[in-house]
Design a binder for this molecule. Structure first.
Ligand code: SAH
Length: 240
């Protein structure tokens, strides 16, 4: 039986309703397309992707999963939005992306099925959409092999992130549809660090991600005040 309790149906509906636009680079998903090379490079620098078994949790239309497969990884993308998965699959067929598969299964269920089955786990822009992010972090820790890497990205919770990620992105710049993000579900780096610690993942590299609306450029730096990423690793010599 697939466990799907750690999911908010309204969140899935938001992504399913837009699913046909995942690969339209001028659509609501433009920001994800624009940040994709940045996160892909960062992941690849810490854990070169060629030949790796990778699972992408909350893969949506497959923007990152597809790119990692093109770098030579064998990628499984999972999500609970049926329509998004169908779009991801179709894209892989049309673009003839090698070595990418998509499955509708929760992170928790896949972890029960394939513990330590992956060299790399990615979970980007997804934790802020689930009722219990700590449970996803635990599942990621279980999915990765000892010595393997788990990469997260999400949004900080403070007055600045409210202004930039909600007011700015959804109401002023119209980068994202209104209602994409709920402030209360944003996650402070200290909270994500605690989830990781509790799951026995070691934080190797926290990064901040910035956006300049005038130049429409994104870049990574050390300021995690709005968008940020965590590179974590499961220790090699961990008992369980
Ligand atoms: N990771 C992708 C997509 C981010 S959008 C990227 O960065 O390009 C957030 C995605 O999380 C959506 O596709 C949504 O369907 C998915 N999602 C939301 N709740 C989920 C859950 N409980 N389990 C799996 N996926 C979920």
């Amino acid at each position: 039986m697939t466990s799907t309790s750690n999911v908010d149906p309204a969140e899935l509906a938001k992504f399913s309703d837009l699913a046909h636009r995942w690969w339209d680079k001028e659509s609501e998903f433009r920001p994800l397309h624009e940040i994709n090379p940045l996160r892909l490079d960062w992941i690849g620098q810490l854990s070169p992707l060629a030949g790796k078994r990778v699972v992408d949790i909350g893969c949506g239309g497959g923007i990152l999963a597809d790119a990692m497969a093109r770098k030579g990884a064998e990628v499984l993308g999972i999500d609970l939005s049926t329509k998004s998965l169908r779009v991801a699959q179709l894209h892989a067929l049309e673009a003839e992306t090698p070595n990418v598969q998509y499955r509708e299964i929760s992170a928790e269920s896949l972890a029960a099925e394939q513990a330590a089955g992956f060299d790399v786990v990615t979970c980007m822009e997804m934790l802020e959409h689930v009722p219990e992010p700590a449970s996803i972090v635990r599942a990621c820790a279980k999915l990765v092999r000892p010595g393997g890497w788990v990469f997260f990205s999400t949004i900080n919770r403070n007055p600045k992130s409210f202004v930039f990620a909600i007011l700015g992105a959804e109401y002023i710049l119209n980068l994202l549809p209104r209602g994409t993000h709920a402030y209360a579900k944003f996650i402070r780096p200290s909270e994500l660090a605690r989830f990781c610690r509790d799951a026995k993942l070691e934080l190797r590299q926290p990064r901040g991600m910035q956006y300049n609306p005038l130049t429409r450029r994104y870049w990574l730096d050390d300021d995690p005040s709005v968008n940020y990423l965590f590179a974590t690793q499961r220790p090699l010599n961990q008992g369980a």
